[in-house]
Design a protein. Structure first.
Length: 350
C-alpha cells in the first residue's frame, strides 16, 4: 500500500513526507492545555516566530536568489550547503528540513532532530565523487553563523515581525472566527477545531508561503516581506486553510470531491488534481478577506501572478466559484462545472 504524500503551498506546490517515513519532520512542541472555559469552537491561527527558523529560511532565500546574504562570515558556506541540498535532493528535502526545524528553537534541538532523520541522498552512492550534504551539514553551517545573525540581523527582523503580527492581530485575528467559519462553510469542511502554528519570517524562498504536514498535523510558514496589508491576511488564511484541509482528509469536502474526480486512473493523475483544488483555496481565501475584512481587497492570485501561471485551472475555477459564492450555483453544480471546465495544457511536443 503506497503512502499518501501531502502537497500544500501558497503560490506553488512542494512535497511533504508521508507519516511514518524515514526523515519525518519533528512534531510541533505541545503547549499546556487552555482552561476549559476558553475551549474554542473554531480553529485557531497561532502566530509564532522562531529566530533559528528565520535564519534557516534566510539562508534558503539567499540560496534561491530571493534575498541578499548579510555580511556575516561563514554565511556563504551555509548558502552553498543549502544550494547543494536543493540540487541533489530538491523539494522533498526541504519538506523534511523546513518542517522539522520549525519545531527547533536552537542549534542543540536542531542537532538532536537531525540525528534522527535521513534523506535519500544521505545513503551511500558509489557513483558520487563526494559526499552529498544533508541536514546535519546544514545545521552545522547554521550554527557557525547563528551568533552573528542574532546580534546583527535578528533585531531588525524581530521589529518587522512584530509589526506584521500587530497588523494581523487587529485585522485577520480580530475576526478569526468569522473568517474561518466563512471559508470552511463554503469549502464544505466541518471545522476540525485545531490550533494551527503559523510561523512568520522576514525572508523565505519562493513561493513565500507554505504548509507542511507533520505528525502533529501541519505547520504553516509565511514570508511577511512577500505579503503586505490585506495580502498578508489572505496569505495567512490561505495557509491555515491548507492545514485545516490536512485535518479533514476523511471528510466529504469540496476539495476532496474535486481530487477524487480529477485523480483519473491514479497512476497519471491530471495536473488539475492539484491545481484545481489549490486554485479554489486561492479564490475562497481572497473572497473571505473581501467579505469579512476589506471589500476592496484584491486576490493575491491576481497581484502575485498565480492565476496567470495556472490559467487552465483559473479559468475553470474563478467564474464558477464566484457563482457558487453568490448562490446561483449549488455545490454539486459548481464541482461538476469546474471538473468539466478544466482542460489541461497539452504535454510538450504534442
Amino acid at each position: 500500500m503506497r503512502h499518501q504524500i501531502i502537497m500544500t503551498v501558497f503560490a506553488g506546490a512542494i512535497m511533504a513526507l508521508a507519516p511514518g517515513q524515514p526523515g519525518e519532520p519533528a512534531p510541533i512542541p505541545s503547549k499546556p492545555a487552555e482552561p476549559a472555559e476558553s475551549v474554542r469552537s473554531v480553529s485557531h491561527l497561532a502566530l509564532r516566530t522562531n529566530p533559528f527558523l528565520s535564519l534557516h529560511l534566510l539562508v534558503r532565500a539567499a540560496a534561491a536568489g530571493n534575498a541578499e546574504a548579510p555580511p556575516i562570515e561563514g554565511f556563504d558556506v551555509a548558502v552553498a550547503t543549502a544550494r547543494k541540498i536543493s540540487e541533489n535532493s530538491g523539494d522533498r528535502a526541504w519538506a523534511l528540513i523546513d518542517g522539522g526545524l520549525a519545531g527547533c528553537t536552537d542549534v542543540e534541538q536542531a542537532r538532536a532532530w537531525a540525528g534522527a532523520v535521513r534523506l535519500a541522498a544521505d545513503r551511500p552512492n558509489a557513483r558520487q565523487a563526494e559526499p552529498t550534504p544533508g541536514p546535519k551539514d546544514l545545521i552545522e553551517a547554521l550554527a557557525a553563523v547563528e551568533p552573528a545573525f542574532l546580534e546583527k540581523v535578528w533585531p531588525a527582523h524581530q521589529q518587522t515581525l512584530n509589526a506584521a503580527s500587530a497588523h494581523l492581530r487587529t485585522s485577520l485575528l480580530a475576526k478569526e472566527a468569522e473568517c474561518v467559519a466563512d471559508a470552511t462553510s463554503k469549502l464544505g469542511i466541518t471545522d476540525p477545531v485545531i490550533e494551527i502554528p503559523v510561523y512568520l519570517v522576514v525572508h523565505a524562498p519562493p513561493p513565500g508561503g507554505i504548509t507542511y504536514r507533520t505528525r502533529g498535523g501541519a505547520v504553516c510558514i509565511v514570508d511577511v516581506s512577500a505579503h503586505r496589508g490585506t495580502a498578508l491576511d489572505e496569505a495567512v488564511l490561505h495557509e491555515s486553510l491548507h492545514a485545516i484541509d490536512v485535518a479533514s482528509t476523511e471528510q466529504p469536502t469540496v476539495l476532496n470531491d474535486l481530487r477524487a474526480r480529477l485523480r483519473g486512473d491514479g497512476l497519471r493523475p491530471s495536473p488539475g488534481w492539484r491545481e484545481v483544488p489549490h486554485t479554489v483555496i486561492f479564490v475562497q481565501a481572497a473572497a473571505t478577506i473581501r467579505r469579512v475584512i476589506d471589500p476592496q481587497h484584491q486576490d493575491y492570485g491576481i497581484t502575485g501572478g498565480y492565476y496567470d501561471r495556472v490559467k487552465p485551472a483559473a479559468e475553470a475555477v474563478r467564474p464558477v466559484w464566484a457563482g457558487y459564492i453568490a448562490g446561483t450555483l449549488t455545490r454539486d453544480e459548481a464541482v461538476s462545472r469546474m471538473v468539466d471546465g478544466y482542460h489541461p495544457p497539452a504535454p510538450p511536443g504534442e
